[in-house]
Design a protein around this ligand. Structure first.
Ligand SMILES: Cc1ncc(COP(=O)(O)O)c(C=O)c1O
Length: 389
């Protein structure tokens, strides 16, 4: 059986491209301009937040998020997951924070909320949660404790556009949220990302951090005036408030983003149904099927072997390879971040051993592509194949 099932399918359609071509025919300016602003406005409306800032990747969203946290709230500890993308941890380190790791909840692959709470200290500056592969990682308990302790929540929603907690979209809960629009995510702008917030000060800081730290990027006249008055020796057009970056996106990305956004909710319904069908038809003796699907919206299928059995793992991998099903072991981001060489010397040796839940995913968890147009029969055939190995 050849299922011909790639990990990622191009989700930029001919319709998106023809809208882009019509736009290009007007010989427009292509660097960040009015379409970027329109996309940011539409994205904010879709998500249910006040402000969004379009950047060139999800990793850049992570980077300027941590830079803003450093400039606005100062350095300290950031609670981070062991299962996430490298840029979530790298952004913490690059900005001089100390990452404090927690294990995952096997039912949603996100941070174990009790462990997060147990690791909060006087030094905690934020909890930087990742909603892993479409799962919601929030709980009432976590939100309540963070509110009581006045600790900001930052949500990485790069893998979970449209997923919800208690009916509200993920990314609308935290002080800041991050999205990625990379190829084959829930939607794509070729490369791209978004930082979102309801906080005006954070928003204005993002506007500056995105463009070299330039004060003229702020939309707030008072902020601008204050800098100009305090720096009479500087040209008002060239005041750099922060040692920052250029992580802007383009009009091309924004036009594609707005076209894609129109289809996002519809596609998400299809992805959700695909994943439910997959989980429902897997053999619960061999694979984990007890995921917490409430509010989830997965762009990938999670396949987690029930037992830590290397021999069985090899057979499953061979079967998927023979059937033309592309997969990634370690789930999103390659499994346990604590095993990665970039953390050598930063965390104690063998620290990874202390996190058994992510260790299981590291060796026995996979993700497989979930594109909206996946054929139902193909999903059933795949489950049959997995159940028979
Ligand atoms: C959780 C998470 N954060 C950040 C990123 C980085 O996004 P990008 O690839 O757009 O830089 C990714 C990558 O997909 C991700 O999965």
């Amino acid at each position: 059986m050849n299922l011909n099932w790639p990990l990622m399918e191009n989700n930029i359609t001919v319709e998106d491209l023809s809208i882009l071509i019509d736009f290009l025919k007007t010989n427009p300016r292509l660097t960040q301009a009015s379409n970027v602003l329109d996309f940011e406005k539409k994205w904010s409306e879709w998500l249910g937040v006040r402000y969004s800032v379009f950047v060139n990747s999800g990793a850049s969203a992570n980077l300027i998020t941590m830079a803003a946290m450093k400039h606005l709230y100062g350095l300290g500890e950031i609670i981070v997951p062991t299962l996430t993308w490298v840029s979530d941890i790298a952004s913490v380190l690059q900005n001089g924070f100390d990452p404090v790791f927690v294990d995952i909840n096997p039912r949603n692959l996100c941070m174990n909320d009790r462990q997060v709470i147990s690791k909060l200290t006087e030094k905690t500056k934020a909890v930087f949660i990742t909603h892993v592969q479409g799962f919601n990682g929030l709980t009432d308990r976590l939100l309540r404790v963070l509110e009581e302790k006045n600790i900001p929540l930052i949500e990485d929603v790069c893998e979970s556009h449209g997923a919800t907690f208690q009916g509200k979209k993920l990314g609308a809960f935290g002080l800041i949220s991050n999205f990625s629009f990379y190829f084959a995510h829930h939607m794509s702008t070729i490369e791209g990302g978004m930082v979102c917030t309801n906080d005006e000060k954070v928003f204005e800081t993002f506007r500056m951090l995105r463009s070299h730290g330039m004060v003229r990027e702020t939309t707030n006249k008072d902020i601008k005036e204050k800098y100009i008055q305090n720096h009479p020796d500087l040209s008002p057009d060239f005041i750099f408030a922060y040692p920052a970056y250029n992580v802007r996106n383009t009009e091309i990305g924004a036009v594609l983003g707005m076209s894609q956004l129109k289809r996002l909710d519809k596609n998400n319904i299809k992805r959700r149904k695909n994943f439910e069908l997959f989980i429902k038809n897997l053999d619960p003796q061999k694979y984990r099927t007890d995921f917490d699907l409430e509010g989830s919206c997965n762009y990938a299928f999670n396949l987690v072997l029930k037992k830590a059995d290397i021999k069985f793992r090899d057979i499953v991998e061979k079967a998927m390879q023979n059937a033309g099903v592309e997969f990634r072991r370690g789930s999103s981001g390659g499994g346990n971040q604590l095993r990665q060489p970039y953390l050598k010397g930063i965390i104690p040796e063998k620290e990874f051993e202390k996190y058994p839940e992510i260790e299981h995913i590291h060796f026995f968890g996979y993700y497989i592509g979930n594109s909206p147009d996946l054929d139902k029969q193909k999903i059933l055939d795949f489950c049959k194949l997995l159940n028979e190995v």
